[in-house]
Write a protein that binds this ligand. Structure first.
Ligand code: NAI
Length: 216
């Protein structure tokens, strides 16, 4: 666990990447790795890695490096992958279906338990192992199953109202894809707004600067 319980968001944002890299090393049969080797693979400095991992009490030993499996387990534990948070997905259109089918919720501490859409024509259609339910059923479902995470894949106009309603039904965390920067004024509610287009824009920025420097 954290040494001081107060970890910066930039460190937290790097943890999934450590977790993924360590998983790949584990698959390759690597048992231990030095911070220098890990830094070369991850394109971070060795001191950055030591600093990051020190936030959690440090897992390495001087001259020995890090034990890949136990470090990955520790980081996974910090990230909460050993949990099984009941998760619902709202909006079973193109994006919602793709997320339901292609994101492995279970290896990320979540269990997708319900998929909802306002379009009655989608009710009963199966996505993976779940049948789409009509949004009219959300309240009853939440009372029975107590989901804590909601994935929002709906048009932005509906997002705030639906999120507010879901908070009233016990949802504590939102993975929001709806092109709307969702904010919730309740304490203890977490929101992760995802904009794939922003990631593309950082690439176009870097591409245009690369071009500028070539032209100079
Ligand atoms: P889509 O039109 O295929 O699906 C939207 C679904 O939401 C439909 O099935 C519709 O019936 C349902 N819906 C609408 N209002 C609802 C409500 N109040 N409750 C429950 N379901 C409701 O659209 P698509 O392509 O799946 O995109 C969904 C949203 O995600 C859009 O707002 C889109 O702009 C956004 N998007 C965001 C991305 C990102 O990086 N954050 C990437 C791609 C799309």
């Amino acid at each position: 666990m954290s040494k001081n319980g107060n970890i910066s968001s930039s460190v937290i944002k790097r943890l999934p990447r450590y977790y993924r890299f360590l998983g790949e090393l584990e698959k390759q049969g690597v048992e231990r790795i030095s911070s220098r080797e890990l830094s070369e693979k991850m394109k971070l400095t060795a001191s950055q890695i030591r600093q990051d991992l020190n936030c959690f009490g440090g897992f390495g030993q001087q001259g020995y490096g890090y034990q890949v499996q136990s470090l990955r387990e520790e980081i996974g534990h910090i990230l909460g992958v050993d949990k099984a948070y009941s998760t619902i997905l709202i909006g079973a259109g193109n994006l919602g279906k793709a997320i339901a089918l292609h994101i492995n919720f279970e290896t990320r501490g979540c269990q997708l338990t319900g998929i909802f859409d306002a379009n009655p024509r989608l009710t009963g259609e199966t996505v993976g192992s779940l049948a789409i339910r009509h949004t009219d059923e959300i309240e009853e479902f939440c009372k029975a199953e107590h989901p804590v995470i909601a994935v929002l894949c709906i048009p932005k106009a509906n997002t705030q109202a639906i999120a507010d309603k879901l908070v009233g039904l016990g949802i504590r965390s939102f993975w929001n894809f709806s092109h709307y920067d969702l904010t919730i004024d309740h304490q203890g509610i977490e929101v992760e707004n995802v904009h794939l287009g922003d990631s593309l824009l950082t690439l176009t920025y870097r591409t245009s600067h690369l071009k500028d420097s070539e032209e100079e």
